[in-house]
Design a protein around this ligand. Sequence first.
Ligand SMILES: [Zn+2]
Length: 372
Amino acid sequence: MNLNSRWYMKFKISFSFFVFILVMSCNFLFAKLPPTKYKIRTVFIDPGHGGSDPGSLGAYSHEADVALNISLKFGSLIQQNYPDVKVVYARTTDQFVDLYERAVMANKCNADLFICIHCNSAGKNHAAYGSETYTMGLYRSDDNLAVAKRENSVILLEDDYKTKYQGFDPNDPASYIMLSMVQNANIDQSVNLAGKIQQYLGTAGRFDRGVKQAGFVVLVYTKMPSILVETGFITNPSEERYLNSEDGSQNIAQSIFNGFADYKKEMESAKAPQKENKSVLQNKMDSLQTINNSEFYKVQFYTSFEPLGVGDNRLQTVKGFTIAQDAKGRYIYFSPKYFTKIEAVAAQAKLKLNGFNDALLLHFKDGGKVED
Ligand SMILES: [Zn+2]
């Protein structure tokens, strides 16, 4: 063995050892590192309404004030019990904040939870009472739709709401069908949290109206589990007194906190899911999108003065459809855009197979319809 080969052997052994040590160190390091655990670091609390929008009106109080009072109490409970959890509020005074802005604020601070606090209203019906908590989803009853409509109607006070909310009309049932198509990646966690809060509100003596789903604009733009608590009916005289009393507002805040605390414990202890940062606006409402200059095809598959019901089985088979309204007020349902005729014809055939017998192929070019 000459000098060179001896040096080579020495190098080879040293190098192998180096790799061995490196691998072992890594094993050691990884063995010692705890697995990344889900932890709730920031909670975004959104007191409903405020400023020029008082929310629902009771006999002597406004929803905006009641919601703020309960929200601040809930936030204090988090800070007292979990000093390491950051609490961020959409507002801490009587000020107007756009619904969209509330969601953007929560996304910007990377909140782990988004909790909206509101009070319910039954108009002139003073008998309705109890608490209910909402997550995004399809409404199952006219009552749920009415709650969402009322909470969303505030956008009518905002400047340029049609552009900002991509054509969403808070009074149009068709808009809610589209809103419910938004895929919320955090729906399971939202429902879990909502259920826990309802459970504690029930234990605290509130009538438990349950966990419900409807399309809320403020919930649709958030990237984290998001819920909206309707703490009680401000239109019910005894509930209005309770909501405005020191004990009542504290009890409600405590119940929401207890639900949150249970959720936090459960999520942080188990093999908890990682935080989902996927945008919830994948199937966003682009119904009123302007036709651009390029060439494309669409299938017009349904036209009627009545929008299709949310439970219509045929609709379940269509992905990414859009709805527009013509001058006569008819609802017109369109497939997404297709950029080749073959794709569009295939889509038309599928729509016909699924029960839309009158599905019509449309060809657009340079901003206008082309008669083929
Ligand atoms: Zn409200």
